[in-house]
Design a protein. Structure first.
Length: 451
C-alpha cells in the first residue's frame, strides 16, 4: 500500500492531527501550510511575506551561503507554483503579479547570496517565464482593458532601480511588454520608455554597446510584432554594427535568394569584427551558405579549407565531397603537409583515421608520444614494431616520475593495456626491465606483480 493510499484512509481528525504534528516538527512545513491555507484576500502581500520568511530564515550575518541558497528559495518556488495555478485557472493578472512578486525580491538576493550554483538565476528565469506565459495568454483571451493592467504591472516593475545593475532582466520584462504593442496607446508608452533608456546611456558606461543593442532589438521587436516588415528591414540595415542585426540581414538576404547581397554582408561583417575570431567564423559560415546556393565550388573549397585548419572535422567531410577521388588524393596530402609544417594536431588524427593512413598516425605518435595510448590499435597491422617501441617508451616516461601507490597503479593500468595489445611475451620483457630498473621501489614492484 503506497503512502497516498494510506493517507486517504485516515479520518478527518487523524489527518488534522498528522498535519499539526508535521508542522510542529518542521518549521518549513508550518510555513508552507500557513501559506496554502491562508484566507487573507491580499495574496500578493502574503506571497511576498512567504518569500522573505524563507530568505531571512537562511540568512546569516546578512549573507546566504551557497549551500543554503536552495532552501532559501522554497518560498519563491511555492509562489511560482501558485502563480502557475492561477494561470491555468485563467487568472492572468494574478499570475503576472505573483511572477513579479518573486522576481522583485529574488533579483535583490544576488547582492547578498552566493549563487555559484545558479539557483537564484533559475528562479528569476522561471518567474519571467510565468509573466511571459500569462501575457501571451492575455493577448489571446482578455479584453484590452485587462491587457492594459498587465502591461502597467510589467512596465512599472521594469522601471524599478533594482534593475540598474541587472539590465538584462529589465529588457526581458520590456520584451514581454512588447507583446502588447499591438495597441497604439501601449506601443507609444513602450516606445517612449525605450527612448528614455537610450538617451540615459552615458558614453562612459562600460556596457554601452550592450545596452544600446538590447534597446534597439526591442525597438525592432515592436515593428515585427506589428508586422511592419519593411520598417523592420530598414531598421535592421541601419544597425548592422550589432551582431544580431547583421545576422538578421544575412538571413533575410538568403531567404530572398539575394545571395550576392548575403556574401557582401558577410564580408563586411568579417572586416568589422576582425578582432573577434568567433564572429569572423560565424560570418564565414553564413558566407559558405551563400556560395552553396550560388553553386560556387571554388569559393566553397576555400572557406571549407580554412575551417579544416581551424579543426572543423565536419568541414573536412564537406570539402572531400567537392573533389573527385584523384583530385582528393593530391589535396589531402597538401592538408597533411600544412598540419605538419605548422605543428597542428587538432583533427589531424581524425583525418588520418578516415583516410586510412597509419603512416600519418605513426608520424603523429613520434611527434607526440602521448598519442600512442589512443592510436596504437591503428598501427598494429602495418607498424607493429614501431607501435610496440613507442608504447614501451610511453610507459617508461610514465613510470619515471611516479612516486606513490596511486601513481604506480595508474602506470600499471597502462601496462595492463600494453599487455592486452602486444601479448604476454613482450609484457614479461617489459616487466623484467621495469623490475630491474626500479628494484628500490617496493611499492611499484608490488603493483607490477598484480598485473
Amino acid at each position: 500500500m503506497n503512502l497516498k493510499t494510506k493517507i486517504s484512509k485516515l479520518t478527518k481528525s487523524e489527518l488534522l492531527e498528522l498535519l499539526v504534528q508535521l508542522a510542529e516538527t518542521d518549521e518549513n512545513i508550518e510555513t508552507m501550510l500557513e501559506y496554502k491555507l491562508s484566507t487573507n484576500t491580499d495574496e500578493i502581500k502574503e506571497s511576498k511575506k512567504l518569500i522573505r520568511q524563507y530568505i531571512n530564515r537562511y540568512k546569516s550575518k546578512g549573507f546566504i551561503m551557497w549551500r543554503n541558497v536552495g532552501p532559501s528559495l522554497q518560498g519563491a518556488e511555492m509562489v511560482l507554483e501558485k502563480g502557475r495555478g492561477k494561470l491555468a485557472a485563467g487568472e492572468e493578472e494574478m499570475a503576472v503579479r505573483m511572477g513579479i512578486a518573486v522576481l522583485s525580491i529574488v533579483v535583490v538576493m544576488l547582492q547578498y547570496a552566493d549563487d555559484s550554483g545558479g539557483e537564484v538565476g533559475n528562479i528569476i528565469n522561471e518567474s519571467l517565464t510565468l509573466i511571459s506565459d500569462a501575457a501571451s495568454e492575455a493577448i489571446e483571451t482578455d479584453e484590452k482593458r485587462q491587457q492594459e493592467k498587465l502591461f502597467q504591472h510589467i512596465m512599472k516593475e521594469s522601471s524599478h532601480k533594482r534593475y540598474d545593475g541587472w539590465s538584462e532582466w529589465r529588457y526581458d520584462l520590456l520584451r514581454i511588454g512588447a507583446i502588447f504593442s499591438i495597441h497604439t496607446s501601449m506601443r507609444e508608452k513602450l516606445e517612449k520608455r525605450l527612448g528614455e533608456l537610450l538617451e540615459g546611456i552615458s558614453d562612459s558606461t562600460w556596457s554601452k554597446t550592450y545596452e544600446v543593442k538590447e534597446i534597439k532589438l526591442l525597438q525592432l521587436e515592436i515593428f515585427e510584432v506589428n508586422q511592419e516588415l519593411e520598417k523592420a528591414k530598414q531598421f535592421i540595415y541601419s544597425n548592422l554594427q550589432y551582431r544580431p542585426f547583421r545576422e538578421k540581414a544575412i538571413e533575410i538576404a538568403l531567404k530572398d535568394k539575394s545571395f550576392e547581397a548575403a556574401v557582401e554582408l558577410c564580408k563586411e561583417g568579417q572586416a568589422q569584427d576582425k578582432q573577434y575570431p568567433g564572429l569572423v567564423s560565424q560570418w564565414k559560415k553564413y558566407e559558405l551558405q551563400a556560395y552553396k546556393a550560388l553553386g560556387d565550388t571554388k569559393k566553397q573549397r576555400g572557406l571549407l579549407l580554412e575551417f579544416v585548419y581551424s579543426n572543423d572535422f565536419e568541414a573536412y567531410n564537406e570539402l572531400k565531397e567537392l573533389y573527385d577521388p584523384e583530385e582528393w588524393k593530391v589535396k589531402v596530402e597538401e592538408i597533411f603537409k600544412i598540419f605538419e609544417e605548422k605543428g597542428l594536431k587538432g583533427i589531424y588524427a581524425e583525418i588520418a583515421k578516415d583516410e586510412k593512413r597509419p603512416d600519418k598516425l605513426l608520424h603523429l605518435c613520434k611527434k607526440d608520444i602521448y598519442q600512442i595510448q589512443h592510436l596504437y590499435p591503428y598501427l598494429l597491422n602495418n607498424y607493429a614494431l614501431e607501435a610496440d617501441e613507442l608504447f614501451k617508451q610511453f610507459i617508461r616516461y610514465q613510470a619515471e616520475p611516479a612516486g606513490d601507490r596511486k601513481k604506480y597503479r595508474s602506470v600499471c593500468r597502462v601496462i595492463k593495456e600494453y599487455k592486452a595489445a602486444f601479448g604476454d611475451s613482450k609484457f614479461l620483457e617489459l616487466k623484467e626491465e621495469l623490475k630491474e630498473k626500479y628494484k628500490r621501489r617496493p611499492t611499484f614492484l608490488d603493483e607490477l606483480d598484480k598485473v
